[in-house]
Design a protein around this ligand. Structure first.
Ligand code: SF4
Length: 88
């Protein structure tokens, strides 16, 4: 499945719990803000949002990473644009 992962750089406080849970998807940049990786790589350079092709296991892990964020800085969307997380 395809998902879109977006980090709100204004909300991210560099707590890095997302990085701990899903290091293949989240890493901190020089400013201590989480950037989104595609399976550990950065095609097209560093970015705060990316569309990823993931399997169910990878999806669950990325969702856990997003849920771990203390400021809800990470949003996840389905391919059709529906927001999966956070659901507020
Ligand atoms: S868990 Fe949230 S605040 Fe911490 S680095 Fe990740 S996106 Fe930023």
């Amino acid at each position: 499945m395809k998902i879109r992962v977006v980090v709100d750089r204004d909300l991210c406080i560099g707590a890095a719990s997302c990085v701990t849970i899903a290091p293949e998807t989240f890493q901190l940049n020089d400013e201590n803000l989480a950037v989104v990786l595609d399976h550990g790589t950065e095609p097209g350079g560093r970015t705060f949002e990316r569309t990823l092709e993931v399997n169910e296991e990878e999806y669950e892990n990325i969702l856990l990473g997003a849920q771990s964020c203390p400021t809800l800085a990470i949003s996840i969307f389905k391919e059709d644009g529906t927001k999966v997380f956070p659901d507020v």
